[in-house]
Design a protein around this ligand. Structure first.
Ligand code: WT7
Length: 645
């Protein structure tokens, strides 16, 4: 890895909200006196009742609790919409770029957004949704998706967005887990010129999603769908019957805002629950500082609303800050590999936030796709989702940004609500591949396997030693799992699941997950989930899944499969099993490599030695380590001999 330093450009140091000295001061205050620091920051929100309490938390088992601004009252949607009406009612809130480049972009001013959100909220009420109810949102990247999130927030319903790429099975599991009576979807989605049958997927999920009573269907493409009388409602028909005024429900600061399912190292995905005030404050605070955002700038986070990045940095952060957020329905490489840069030029985007996997894919197509566009409007670039390799970083910096735009490499997680370790463009000298320094209020610690805190330049496991407002509050329906997952590995600290190095300048370098989670194209996949899907197949006896290096995706999925007696592992079955996982979970979970293995390396107590499987998947068979503790060391030879890829 390269440690070359890119200093803060002169004009950034001058004009940014926070310069290097400012960062030191803010950071120091946030750690020395968090109470007053966060009550001061809380002024960035509009409160129905201003809080006098800041953080009240303990990560210890006896007294485990987390709350922020507990005596405050506010409404999140009013903060993202209503409060901007007086000064910025005619500013563009949402700028929508359709999949099909020849189609017109759509623009919604804050005033129009207000009307849309109120109407949507009234439709939800008309369908019986009440404060505290869960609403599942399974939508394409259209403005109505943002209206739906904000409509839930307006009436105090808890939204649970399920990524449109997930299968009916995965959708059903998520509807059932949080007991959603109402599901919002669209007839179809569009991505890269292809149609995604969202409504048909909801229909297919219905058999396993008994909680679901109502389906609200937004007409997006006009494609043919079957409507089930009594259950399914066209949004446009329901919206025509309701008023465009809907009062915003006063909510307690700690009332839940949303659930978002994410993969862990064990079992089924967990419903990560975020609060109203703490979460919104974190989204707004980080969006303003990290992007040095000023209203009027066109800002584009090229994520999907189905992931936390879309929640915090397409919807809540930019809208809380009165910004113009670009929402893109399509994909970066359609109709061709210059689409992103064309959208940048068309809408004069100043700030672009995307994922390393997208950059690597575009980089491979050659510089000509970039060079034929102007990109002069760009001032700042960002990345998120996985470590960025220095080659991709340099390409982003030199070719895309022509050396003029700082890159903020932002480390965070679904659980953290927003960015945690990241450069500030006016304050932090950059090193390609490093997420650099913690934001004010974030207290990272690197610990060894025994939990000893390591100081100075070091490498180990990344923990966060104190709570921050954007921290998740619980796992939906399983508070014990919340404590168990994050606070028992290293007592008294939040454990991120990431490995991390700190260099001589105090810069943090995330080295990747240290648990059984794979980061595929910046999306988290639990190995256990893929294994459970595989063993559901009648021919599969056992499966073990690990990550492997992948040029574009960062990590790919490598599956070892042991078949039942008399089943033959041929190419046809390999294809069938890969498609099986795709259908069970979704395309992102499809194994990149699948090896039929007569036996898996196990200890005498029956535990699969994943260390060995990882090495073989990586192609690093010369250093398999000690295999003498295996019940049958011979299985390793077979695995090595029949390695795929
Ligand atoms: C995991 C969280 C953060 C929103 C999207 C993913 C990895 C994320 C970075 C980065 C190195 C990163 C970590 C983390 N990760 N950003 N800038 N550098 N690694 O959210 O699905 O909750 O995944 O993504 O491993 O734990 P997520």
């Amino acid at each position: 890895m390269s440690d070359s330093l890119y200093p803060v450009p002169e004009q950034w140091a001058r004009r940014a909200r926070v310069d290097a000295a400012g960062y030191e001061k803010l950071y120091g205050r946030s750690i020395a006196d968090p109470g007053s620091f966060w009550l001061e920051q809380a002024k960035r929100l509009d409160w129905i009742r201003r809080p006098e309490l800041a953080g009240d938390w303990s990560f210890d088992e006896e007294d485990f609790h987390i709350s922020w601004f507990a005596d405050g009252k506010l409404n999140v949607a009013a903060n993202c919409v209503d409060r901007h009406l007086a000064r910025r009612g005619d500013d563009i809130a949402i700028l929508w770029e359709p999949d099909e480049p020849s189609e017109e972009a759509r623009r919604y001013t804050y005033r129009q957004l207000h009307e849309e959100v109120c109407r949507f909220a009234n439709v939800l009420k008309a369908e019986g949704v009440e404060k505290g109810d869960r609403v599942t949102i399974y939508m394409p990247m259209i403005p109505e998706a943002a209206f739906a999130l904000l409509a839930c927030a307006r009436i105090g319903a808890i939204h649970s967005v399920v990524f449109g790429g997930f299968s009916p099975e995965a959708l059903a599991g998520r509807i059932t887990d949080c007991d959603s009576k109402v599901v919002i979807t669209a007839d179809e989605g569009r991505r890269g010129g292809k149609r995604v049958p969202l409504k048909a997927n909801v229909d297919a999920a219905a058999a396993h999603a008994r909680a679901m009573e109502k389906v609200i269907v937004v007409q997006a493409t006009g494609g043919e769908v079957a409507m089930q009388p009594g259950r399914d409602v066209w949004y446009h028909e329901a919206a025509a019957l309701v008023s465009a005024e809907c009062p915003a429900e006063p909510m307690g600061a700690e009332d839940p805002l949303f659930i978002l399912y994410t993969s862990g190292s064990t079992g089924q995905p967990k419903g990560v629950l975020h609060s109203s005030a703490g979460y919104l404050l974190w989204a707004s605070y980080t969006h303003e500082l990290v992007f040095d955002y000023r209203p009027g700038q066109v800002y584009w986070c090229a994520a999907d609303i189905g992931w936390v990045t879309g929640h915090s940095y397409i919807v809540y952060g930019p809208l809380a800050n009165g910004g113009t957020t670009l929402m893109f329905e399509g994909v970066p490489n359609w109709p061709d590999a210059s689409r992103i840069w064309q959208v940048v030029d068309r809408h004069q985007v100043e700030i672009l936030y995307t994922a390393p996997t997208a950059l690597r894919a575009l980089m491979r197509e050659g510089d000509a796709f970039v060079a034929k566009t102007s990109r002069k409007s760009l001032t700042l670039l960002g990345t998120v989702g996985e470590p960025i390799n220095p080659e991709a970083w340099r390409w982003y910096h030199e070719v895309v940004g022509e050396g003029r735009c700082p890159i903020v490499d932002t480390w965070w997680q679904t659980e953290t609500g927003g960015q945690m370790i990241t450069p500030l463009p006016g304050a932090t000298a950059l090193k390609p591949g490093s997420a650099t320094l913690p934001l004010p209020g974030v207290d990272p610690q690197i610990v060894d396997a025994e939990g000893n805190v390591l100081h100075g330049p070091t490498e180990g496991n990344l923990c966060i030693a104190r709570s921050w407002p954007g921290q998740m509050r619980t796992v939906w329906g399983d508070h014990a799992r919340f404590f168990q997952t994050y606070f028992t590995t290293y007592r008294g600290k939040y454990f991120t699941g990431d490995g991390c190095r700190r260099d001589e300048d105090g810069y943090y370098w995330i080295t990747g997950r240290v648990d059984d989670v794979i980061n595929v194209s910046g999306h988290r996949m639990g190995t256990a989930e893929v294994e459970s899907a595989l063993v559901l197949h009648p021919k599969v006896a056992e499966a073990a899944v690990v990550g492997m290096p992948h040029d574009i995706k960062g990590q790919g999925i490598y599956a070892y499969v042991t078949l039942n007696a008399h089943c033959v592992g041929d190419e046809a079955l390999r294809t069938e099993l890969r498609n099986w996982v795709r259908t069970e979970i979704g395309p992102i979970a499809t194994p990149d490599a699948l090896q039929f293995a007569p036996g898996l390396p196990k200890t005498r107590s029956g535990k699969i030695m994943r260390r060995i499987l990882r090495k073989i998947a990586e192609g690093d068979v010369s250093s398999l380590g000690d295999t003498s503790t295996l019940a049958d060391p011979a299985v390793v030879d077979d695995l090595v001999a029949n390695r795929v890829g």
